[in-house]
Design a protein around this ligand. Structure first.
Ligand SMILES: Cc1ncc(COP(=O)(O)O)c(C=O)c1O
Length: 441
């Protein structure tokens, strides 16, 4: 078994033990613990900067919206090359606000994938709208444009493509469908900040873009937060008003909005992280390439399917999701969990089969590709600071499960070593961060 292991991984196992809680040694020689996500590795080196800006906000006495939120909106607007950015309290609220801005009425239909996080659909049903679920492409997990087209009716009022796991939906196909139907596109870009389509950032491709600053996202804050993007002046004006109870001017309300404002503390923290986002995203992409190479070397391609990339866009790898066929996904996950490798299932129950949506009459078999995906997908660690040694452990453990060849020696040379993480000594590790059950998206 020891020859399954890159020697560098053996050398680093002690260091890694200090970074994450887990068994103190492992007789197989694999690293004892590879978390699904280690947010502390990203935040630790920035701690002093966070402290400074938090002190500044504290001294300013401006806690809700305020100058930091305005500055963050302007910075995002430049980076995403979209004229309007509007901060709000969460990604979930951004979807709700977007549907309010286009004035969805009870009984009107909104087409969206069933294979997404709950918030995409709950925003529709909260307003009395009817979610019409479309199936997905089996290789990208993104909404299938042909199925979407089939579901357009005279009651369709909007389309919500979800740029799932960090990959942009095929907008070449979606844009003409929406145009022909005469309905707006609301992009759910919660998982895909900086993803592009033909070089243009998500959020600026449809009518409104919805983003999340939830801590597991590529640009994650210290709690809940989100933002909206739009190229349309009329929608920007509505969204700005709707996030403050529809109030304009103060204490005058001509529409009913909600309370969904971004906190100054969140914006201040996010402004420290934003300039680093592009590099972090490139590191995620590098990790994705490395996984594919390691899977190929281990001859795992008939046991698992690695994610397919559409080269018309930039994939930002919020998640690296493999498919495990032949009903082996859950057993593989158990094996990885027992070996200290963090994984997650996004998503075990598709939205059309959720109990709270029973009233819409969907049943098992309605969306076969989505239902298969829910049984076969498994997310592996992909965060920017993941080391090659950790990836070798993840892949080595998968190879071990399938009885395949080990991760080859040549991957040893790619190890940055744990020093490359640049983690200062004073960072106190909770041992909880990144455990699969702490992480959702
Ligand atoms: C696809 C998708 N949409 C919407 C949301 C909601 O974002 P938030 O958690 O910030 O409310 C999330 C993440 O949680 C998501 O992954």
């Amino acid at each position: 078994m020891a020859d399954l292991l890159p020697k560098r991984a053996l050398l680093n196992s002690g260091d890694n033990e200090a970074m994450t809680s887990g068994p103190s040694s492992d007789s197989t020689g694999f690293l004892p613990n590879v978390p699904l996500l280690a947010i502390d590795r990203q935040n630790g080196p920035l701690r002093e900067q966070f402290r400074q800006v938090m002190d500044d906000v504290c001294d300013s006495g401006r806690f809700v919206l305020g100058p930091d939120v305005t500055a963050l909106e302007e910075e995002l607007s430049k980076i995403l090359d979209v004229p309007h950015v509007i901060g709000c309290a969460s990604g979930s609220d951004s979807l709700l606000l977007a549907l309010m801005a286009i004035n969805i009425q009870p009984g009107e239909e909104v087409i969206l994938p069933s294979y997404t996080f709950f918030a995409t659909a709950s925003a529709v049903t909260r307003l009395g709208g009817v979610p019409i679920f479309a199936d997905i492409d089996p290789s990208t997990f993104l909404i299938d444009p042909d199925d979407l087209r089939r579901r357009i009716t005279s009651r369709t009022r909007a389309i919500i493509p979800v740029h799932l796991f960090g990959q942009t939906v095929d907008m070449d196909a979606i844009l003409p469908i929406a145009e022909q139907a005469g309905v707006p596109i609301i992009e759910d870009a919660a998982q895909s900040v900086l993803s592009t389509w033909h070089g243009k950032c998500s959020g600026g491709l449809g009518d409104i873009g919805c983003f999340s600053f939830y801590p597991t996202k590529n640009l994650g804050g210290f709690g809940d937060g989100g933002f909206l993007t739009t190229t349309r002046d009329d929608l920007a004006e509505s969204l700005r008003k709707l996030r403050v109870h529809g109030m304009e001017p103060r204490y005058y309300h001509d529409v009913v909005g909600i309370n969904s404002r971004l906190d100054s503390l969140q914006a201040a923290v996010l402004r420290i992280k934003l300039p680093l986002l592009d590099d972090w995203t490139n590191q995620r992409a590098q990790n994705a390439i490395r996984y594919t190479e390691m899977f190929n070397h281990c001859e795992l391609h008939d046991a698992i399917t690695s994610p397919k990339i559409d080269t018309r866009g930039r994939h930002v790898w919020n998640q690296y999701v493999i498919r495990v066929a032949d009903g082996k996904r859950d057993a593989l996950r158990e094996h990885l969990t027992a070996s200290g490798v963090g994984t997650e299932i996004y998503y075990p129950v598709p939205l059309h089969l959720q109990k709270c949506f029973d009233n819409f009459g969907w049943k098992m078999g309605d969306l076969p590709i989505t239902e298969y995906a829910a049984k076969e997908t498994l997310a592996l660690p992909i965060f920017a600071e993941l080391t090659p040694a950790e990836q070798a452990t993840v892949v080595g453990r998968i190879a071990e499960f399938f009885g395949r060849s080990p991760v080859p020696e040549e991957f040893e040379g790619m190890d940055k070593g744990s020093d490359a993480i640049g983690q200062p000594q004073h960072v106190k590790r909770t041992g909880l961060i990144g455990r699969a059950d702490d992480v959702r998206c």
